[in-house]
Design a protein around this ligand. Structure first.
Ligand SMILES: NC(=O)C1=CN([C@@H]2O[C@H](COP(=O)(O)OP(=O)(O)OC[C@H]3O[C@@H](n4cnc5c(N)ncnc54)[C@H](OP(=O)(O)O)[C@@H]3O)[C@@H](O)[C@H]2O)C=CC1
Ligand SMILES: N[C@@H](CC=O)C(=O)O
Length: 418
């Protein structure tokens, strides 16, 4: 039986997950592909760190050794950052290899160029693992929603942030402790700045935007905020009110063109993202024919990510080179009003008439306003913490908050040991 020769660039959490998955599922892969999948070479930064269970795999820190392998069909990239991943994948395509990547930062910058080059060279490019770990969001958009026009995408796409926020709320642990646990579990990047400051989610939003809308918003117009400023006391207060802090990306065509935000928001129990907890991610897609589809599953980690990559391996053959680029969607919607919670921190805040106050509880103002009015407010009062509210700000909502406020002892989760 013939072999498919694969090279792995990177042998960390993801690379090892792919290797072990290929080994453990060889007979299934053989049954689907009619070929054995053989790992022929592995590229790492520092070979001293690694030992391989098989002798016939080339382990190297020199990419040229990989390119010079006598037989090479697919190059799977799971290293960190824009370079050298991009250059390595370009060279792999030029050699005539199919490529698969998990590297969202690199793909947000260079995805189009790689897809174009792959199509010229008649090879395929898989990138399922770049967004939301094991959830098949990319293939759903790429191959299953072609007649539908995508109107809006909303999602929790960073496993580390969701894991940290859940741990802080459920166990009262401090931010740093929760982050360390996420690193130990292989969810967070080696340098977790991208995870906690919202860059990782931003890159994933750009990849989604490209396939859903055929374009990306101007990067500098995107409001990006991570979770590093969310405190245990805020989480405790919101939790008393029945609300959860979630880090959410939102992509939509509005009157001001394609808009995108990446930020922590408040989610009420009636909203589908409320129950997405721990390392789970969710991608919620609104399309004109089908309506809403919400995909939920593990958003990071060794095997969920390996699952996305190995499924891409199957798609290379089944769906060779298929890439449907969404036409630029020219649907315009009204600039909508949203609900927001403004934590004034005792600052006296003057609100313009365009911001309607629905309620006030102690230092929190509950308002209804357009995003641009909130942006203007933040320009005047940069110190305010403002959360968009997902869920309904109705009578029941305020009744619950007022009830929680009149309870004799208010318990606010605080970091352990503080
Ligand atoms: N962890 C996760 O849950 C997910 C990660 N991803 C993405 O997958 C990629 C890999 O992530 P992960 O496995 O967690 O990262 P790790 O830090 O665990 O592993 C990175 C691997 O890449 C190798 N490497 C780094 N730089 C170079 C270089 N310049 N040349 C050759 N090899 C290099 C490292 O070599 P060495 O071992 O010698 O240091 C290591 O084996 C990242 O882009 C990440 O964003 C995507 C989805 C989920
Ligand atoms: N660090 C990322 C890994 C998956 O993309 C995350 O936490 O989501």
């Amino acid at each position: 039986m013939a072999d498919i020769h694969v090279a792995l660039l990177g042998f960390g959490t993801v690379g090892k997950g792919v290797y072990e998955t290929i080994k453990a599922h060889q007979s299934r892969l053989r049954a689907i592909l009619g070929k054995n999948v053989k790992v022929a070479g592995i590229l790492v930064r520092n070979i001293e760190k690694h030992t391989l269970p098989e002798d016939d795999i080339l382990l190297t820190s020199n990419f040229e050794d990989i390119l010079n392998l006598p037989k090479l069909d697919v190059v799977i990239e799971a290293i960190v950052g824009r370079e050298p991943g991009f250059s390595y994948l370009k060279k792999s395509i030029e050699r005539g290899c199919h490529i698969i990547t998990a590297n969202k930062e690199m793909f947000a910058y260079h995805g189009n160029e790689l897809l174009e080059l792959a199509s010229q060279k008649n090879v395929a490019c898989g990138f399922e693992a770049t967004v939301a770990g094991g959830i098949p969001a990319i293939q759903t958009l790429r191959t299953l929603l072609n007649v539908n026009k995508i109107e809006r995408i909303e999602g929790i796409v960073n496993g580390t942030s969701n894991y940290i926020l859940t741990k802080m709320r459920e166990d009262g642990v401090a931010f740093q402790e929760a982050l360390q646990a996420a690193q130990e579990k292989g969810y967070a990047e080696e340098d977790p700045t991208n995870d906690i400051e919202g860059y990782d989610a931003f890159y994933k939003a750009m990849v989604l935007s490209q396939i859903a809308f055929g374009e990306q918003p101007e990067w500098q117009t995107v409001r990006r905020k991570g979770i590093s400023s969310v405190s245990n006391s805020e989480i405790g207060l919101f939790s008393e009110w029945g609300l959860r802090v979630k880090h959410v990306i939102s992509l939509e065509k509005g009157v001001r063109g394609l808009s995108c935000s990446v930020k922590p928001v408040l989610v009420g129990p009636s909203h589908p993202l409320y129950s997405v907890e721990g390392v789970q991610n969710a991608v919620s897609i609104d399309a004109d024919i089908v309506g809403n589809i919400t995909l939920q599953g593990p958003g990071a980690g060794k095997f969920p990510t390996a699952s996305a990559i190995v499924e891409d391996l199957i798609q290379l053959n089944v769906n060779h080179g298929c890439y449907y680029e969404q036409e630029k969607n020219v649907r315009f919607k009204k600039d909508l009003h949203h609900d927001w919670v403004v934590l004034t921190n005792q600052t006296h805040v003057f609100l313009p008439d365009s911001i309607e106050v629905a309620g006030r509880v102690k230092e929190a103002l509950f308002v209804n306003a357009k995003e641009k009015d909130i942006e203007r407010l933040l320009e005047v009062y940069p110190g305010l913490n403002i959360y968009q509210l997902y869920g309904q700000m109705n009578k029941e909502f305020f009744k619950n908050i007022l009830l929680s406020e009149t309870r004799p002892e208010r318990k606010v989760a605080s970091p352990k040991g503080i």
